[in-house]
Design a protein around this ligand. Structure first.
Ligand SMILES: C[S@@+](CC[C@H](N)C(=O)[O-])C[C@H]1O[C@@H](n2cnc3c(N)ncnc32)[C@H](O)[C@@H]1O
Length: 345
């Protein structure tokens, strides 16, 4: 069994019926954004439900981003870790790494220690509040997954991010922020991103530029991912149990650390393919703002063949895009990174 399979096997629910019962209490708290301030994971039923249902999702999402940025390293700090879904994802990508989990729930931290001994990972824990972070070491990776949104204000989130970047990263270290993909969380992360530009923090992913976020201009837009990830059958059975049929992992994210590769010629695809009669379209994010990429079927060519393979999350290089970018037969589209292809949303 590989390290990822070992971690997921260790969080499989011993009593799925009981897990589903506790999820009836836990999921509405998240859906209503009503967890702020409470140490809810000290409740054993909620803790067990979190471990079986949310830990695997965090694990899968963080692994997907770490693959995207080709991360390896030796030390990982997981802020607002619960039992460490994000940290164990980093461990499975780089199994020699030492993990440190920070949270204000004793029960969650104890659970993370127990998981570490089950899978053979080196885990330390520290009980600390996210709004009063101090660091005694630096780390190759710091992750705050679904955690900063539980702080009561954007000022507190900005402060936490500044503290991490100033005092918790090794040279070349990365800071990964993950939040749910719903409009409220994703737009809050966009706002945080834009405010952090103001204090000199520029994300290296997913944004292909360091201008204001184009997805914040129109209230209906929000930047998010929807990635296909293979999950164990017991997990998909829990998804069925709570009525989720969409198997993709949806999240929004930001990565800091390393050199931003911002240029005028990079575009991040932020929509699914939109196939109309006689044409194919996508929405993209570029330094010039939100761009609508549009190719008429009659202009399909070898130069723009990559256009047919794009999906949400793909990063492409092309001549400086405009508000509506017409992809002609001569337009060269180069894929820098392909993430997933999906037909509908
Ligand atoms: C939604 S869970 C996310 C857990 C984990 N990072 C994940 O993505 O699976 C939020 C976590 O942050 C912790 N938390 C919330 N507010 C906190 C605070 N002010 N200080 C420390 N931990 C906090 C909670 O106890 C909980 O474990």
């Amino acid at each position: 069994m590989g390290s990822a399979e070992r971690v997921l096997a260790a969080v499989a629910p011993s009593d799925p019926t009981r897990t589903l019962k506790a999820l009836e209490r836990l999921r509405p708290m998240f859906l209503a954004h009503a967890t702020g301030g409470a140490v809810y994971l000290d409740d054993p039923e909620l803790l067990a439900a979190y471990r079986a249902f949310f830990f695997p999702q965090t694990f899968a999402k963080v692994r997907s981003v770490l693959e995207e940025i080709a991360w390896t390293g030796a030390s990982v700090l997981d802020l607002g870790a619960a039992m460490g879904g994000a940290a164990f994802a980093a461990w499975s990508a780089s199994p020699a790494s030492r993990l440190e989990l920070v949270d204000f729930s004793d029960a969650a931290l104890l659970d993370g220690m127990r998981l570490g001994s089950v899978v053979g990972a080196s885990v330390r824990t520290k009980k600390q509040r996210l709004d009063a972070l101090t660091f005694s070491a630096r780390y190759d990776l710091v992750i705050a997954a679904n955690a900063l949104s539980e702080l009561p204000s954007i000022e507190a989130r900005i402060e936490a991010c500044r503290a991490v970047v100033a005092g918790a990263l090794t040279p070349g270290g990365r800071f990964l922020l993950i939040e749910p993909a719903d409009r409220v969380h994703a737009r809050a992360l966009q706002e945080l991103r834009d405010r952090l530009l103001g204090v000199g923090l520029r994300p290296v992913a997913p944004c292909p530029h360091d201008g204001p976020c184009p997805a914040s201009v129109r209230p209906r837009d929000f930047c998010h991912q929807a990635r296909e990830v293979a999950m164990p059958e017991w997990f998909t059975a829990l998804q069925d149990g709570v009525g989720i049929s969409d198997r993709r992992m949806r999240f929004s994210y930001l990565v800091y650390g390393g050199e931003p590769r911002a240029t005028d010629a990079l575009v991040r695809v932020i929509s699914n393919p939109i196939k109309d009669k006689g044409r194919l379209r996508f929405f993209g994010c570029a330094r010039s703002g939100l761009t609508e990429l549009l190719r008429q079927d009659k202009h399909a060519s070898d130069a723009n063949a990559a256009f047919d393979t794009l999906g949400r999350g793909a990063l492409i290089r092309m001549a400086a895009p405009e508000r509506v970018t017409k992809v002609g037969a001569e337009t060269r589209i180069e894929i820098v990174r392909q993430l997933d292809t999906e037909e509908n949303d």
